[in-house]
Structures are given as C-alpha cells and as structure tokens.
Design a protein around this ligand. Structure first.
Ligand code: MN
Ligand code: MN
Length: 474
C-alpha cells in the first residue's frame, strides 16, 4: 500500500463541516441560524432565556412537572415535562420506556453570561452626569465594554411583591447607556500599565443622565432626573433597587458576519449557542425514546455554579426525585442514585476556537477550529488537567459511533496550550453523580467579550450532535 493511501485509509478524517453536508442541508444550516439569532435577540438575560425556553417547550407539548406533582399524575413513556426553577434555570425531560433507574441521556448547558450587574445601591451623580455603579459578573476583559451602546434589563420586586420588568436599549427608539473611555491624547500614563491593571472594575459605570431636574439642588439634581424617570415609568423608588436584579448588556441585535453570511456576531453566545442547541434537539428528538432524556439549562455557571439556581444546588436532584416518584411505586433515593450513575451526559458549553489573529494560544494538533463542527473536549481544567473532568474512552467510543453514524461533523481538541490557562464547565459537577460526562459544545471566538463570534455550521452541528445523542446513543 502506498504511503498516501495509508494516510487516507488510517489517518483521521476530521473535515470542514460545510463540505460534508447532505443534499438540501445547506438551507437547514441557514434556517437554524435565523432561529438561533431570534432566540438570542429575545433572550438578553438568563430569566428571559428561561422564559422563552419554557414557552418553546410548552408549544411542543411539554407540561409542568410541578403541576403533575400536585395532581399526582403518573408519568408514562413519551410524556414531556419541564421544570422552571426560580425563573432562572430550566429542566426538560422526555420520559423513556426503560425504568428511570436505567439512567438518562443528559445534555447540560447554561443560560447566564458575563455582563455588568448593577450594584445594590447603583445610582449616583458626579460632575453633572448621573451614573450606575456596576459589578461585573463572570470573567470579563474590561476594556471591550467601554464606548459601547448598552442596554438595561431585569426585574425589580417591590415590597408588596409587585414585579416590575425593565428592558431598555434594544428597541429602535430606545436610548442606550455608555461607559466612557480615556482619549488617546491623555493616555500616556495609562498606556504604561499592564492591560490587566489598566482598567478597574470600579470604572465600569455607564452614563445614564445629564439634565438637572428643575427645582432640585445642584449636586443631586441630575440624580433626581433619574429618580423621577424611574418613578414615572416604573413606579419605583431608589430603595426598590434593594430587591432588584438588573443587568447591563450590549445593546443591539445578533448579526450575520461575512459576505457569505456564514458566521454570527452576538452577545451571549457562551452558552446560549449550546443552550439553544440542547433545547432544539430535545424538542425535535424522536417520541417515546428508550431512555429518558433530560436537558439542563443552568444559571450561575460563569461565577462557579454557586447559588440555588446554579448547578451546585440540589434543584436537579430534587426534580429527579419528583420524576421518580411519579413513575414508580418504589421511588426512593436509591432509584435516583442509580439513575444518575447510569446516565450519559454531554456537558454542553462553548470552547475556544483557534484564532489566527492570536496564533500562539493553541497546540495546532489539538486545537478546535471554526467550520469543523461541534467540539469534543475530553478534559477541561488547567495546567495538568487540574480541576477538570476527564472523560472515559468507553463513553467516547459510543459517542464517536453515534456522531459518525448520524452525519455529525465533529472535532476533537483542547481549550488551549497546556500552560496558558484553561477553563471548566459544569462537567465535573455532573461527573460527581458518577455519570459518564464529556464536554461537547461549539467552538467560538472572543469568548466572554461583549460580542462573540460563532460559525453557523458549528452551531448547526452542535444541534445535530445533541439530537443524534438523544435519538441514537446506545
Ligand atoms: Mn460557558
Ligand atoms: Mn463562560
């Protein structure tokens, strides 16, 4: 056998996704991109993501788990239920024919993304401008947030329980907010600093008003303008900020990138690209599966999965116990434990695509690239796999077969060079249940920047991979 044919016969065959599409599949990729962008535009916060995900699930026939529990309705094979947890995390289940203790097929993504949260007491005035104080959420580089149009989203809960929804900055005639930057002419001292030290969290204060309210004293008259606006439009007072969850995010819509419209520019693609893929795959998966299927859309991943809506909370186990109770007379914690330890899970989070503008960050033999499909990262962690979850080859073998047999373009890789850094997802928390888990998500560029970039083929292949996992993993 000639050397070249050995390469062809025995070498790895990872290829560009666009070249591997079946007849008519091009259009599916583009159509999926349109639906994904619409979801992004309607879902600028984790709460809006959760609300829209539940709305889509309900339209597809999913019923509330909470109501099934209240009614004591037993769940049968083919039943579809959702659980909305504190308006911020979502669980979806499609009940299989096998008993729950045989394990589930789980795809777990997160809905939260890096952003600027308003501080508990955000409103102040300085030098004839009113500002909001913010505390950034998640791991951001600060300078890309300067001089951008920004929007304000969130909810204020008043003492009587009344919920005020705020969304300002994304409608065509809405005003926006903005954080100023220092002009280059006066940046000589700033330019000497390291990037990590040059911009401080306390400087990320968007401008929100500059006209004094007549009849008010200088020094507080502009703050008074804001107080009046908030009261006129939302009926709120300054003390209502005490029970609010308000987020500053980039203003503007998801857009196509490129003459060929093959890529997407948007806020929040980490991890809504995988969350939307998981949701869509669950809604489109075949009826009456053998194993129960589960989608987890968690909150708080970007700050370590803490809090009662993060993956470290027990909400997932609690929902599973409810599910078990509705399916079997012998429901007990042992059933739930057996279910968890016999489950297979894709930890659905984005990874860092190789960026030719920053060529020194990846081992080119183990990088993931734009256009080569959904990425499987065998392990996460940093510097010696520390803190990561390392997937078992027994599971990876099943996954390879599932993807290859079902037209999924996928690639293997690491998140970056060994000693540079790294990252973690919710994989290790799910692995703690003794599930088989592997990181499997979309490679993106500019992760955690206000505007992240993705490839439409990779977004589509992520969806196709999760759907194949639900329908065909055995
Ligand atoms: Mn993520
Ligand atoms: Mn992230």
């Amino acid at each position: 056998m000639a050397a070249q044919s050995i390469t062809k016969a025995l070498g790895s065959q990872f290829k560009l996704g666009w070249k591997k599409l079946g007849p008519g599949e091009d259009q599916k990729v583009l159509d999926y991109g349109e639906k994904y962008k619409a979801f992004l535009n309607a879902s600028k916060t984790e709460r809006l993501c959760a609300e829209n995900a539940v709305e889509m699930a309900k339209k597809a026939g999913f019923k509330s788990l909470e109501e099934a529990v209240k009614a004591g309705e037993p769940l049968q094979c083919g039943d579809k239920v959702y659980a909305l947890h504190r308006d911020k995390s979502v669980l979806l289940f499609r009940i299989g024919s096998a008993p729950l203790n045989q394990g589930m097929l789980v795809v777990g993504a997160h809905l939260d993304c890096p952003r600027l949260d308003l501080k508990p007491m955000p409103l102040y005035e300085d030098s004839n401008i009113a500002y909001f104080k913010t505390h950034y959420y998640g791991g951001i580089k600060k300078y890309p947030w300067l001089t951008l149009p920004l929007a304000l989203y969130g909810r204020v809960i008043q003492k009587d329980g009344k919920v005020i929804r705020i969304a300002i900055g994304d409608q065509a005639d809405d005003p926006v907010f903005c954080i100023s930057d220092l002009l280059p002419h006066l940046s000589q001292k700033l330019n000497q600093k390291k990037i990590a030290d040059a911009f401080e969290g306390e400087q990320l204060n968007p401008m929100i008003a500059s006209r004094p309210l007549s009849g008010e004293e200088d020094g507080t008259a502009i703050k008074a303008t804001v107080l009046k606006y908030l009261n006129d439009h939302y009926g709120m007072t300054e003390e209502d900020f005490a029970s609010a969850e308000l987020e500053i995010v980039p203003a503007g819509q998801a857009r196509d990138i490129g003459f060929d419209r093959s890529m997407i520019l948007s806020f929040g693609q980490d991890d809504r690209i995988c969350a939307y893929a998981a949701l869509s795959a669950m809604l489109d998966a075949a009826d009456k599966p053998q194993k129960t299927q589960c989608v987890i859309l968690a909150d708080k991943e970007e700050i370590g999965s803490y809090g009662n809506t993060g993956m470290q909370s027990r909400f997932f186990e609690n929902a599973l116990a409810e599910l078990a109770a509705l399916q079997s007379d012998a429901s007990n914690s042992l059933e739930v434990r057996r279910c968890l330890s016999r489950s297979f899970c894709l930890s659905a989070d984005v990874t860092a695509a190789y960026d030719p503008n920053f060529p020194d960050t990846h081992d080119m033999h183990n990088a993931t690239f734009f256009g080569k499909g959904v990425a499987v990262n065998k392990y996460g962690g940093a510097r010696g796999k520390s803190g990561g979850s390392d997937a078992n080859p027994e599971f990876l073998a099943k996954l390879r077969k599932c993807f290859d047999d079902n037209g999924v373009t996928w690639q293997l890789g690491e998140m970056g060079k060994i000693d540079l850094g790294g990252g973690g997802t919710i994989a290790y928390m799910l692995a703690a249940y003794d599930m088989e888990v592997v990181d499997c998500g979309t490679p993106i560029l500019s992760m955690h920047a206000p505007w992240e970039q993705s490839s439409k083929i990779d977004a589509y292949m992520t969806y196709k991979a999760y759907r194949a996992f639900f329908n065909h993993l055995s």
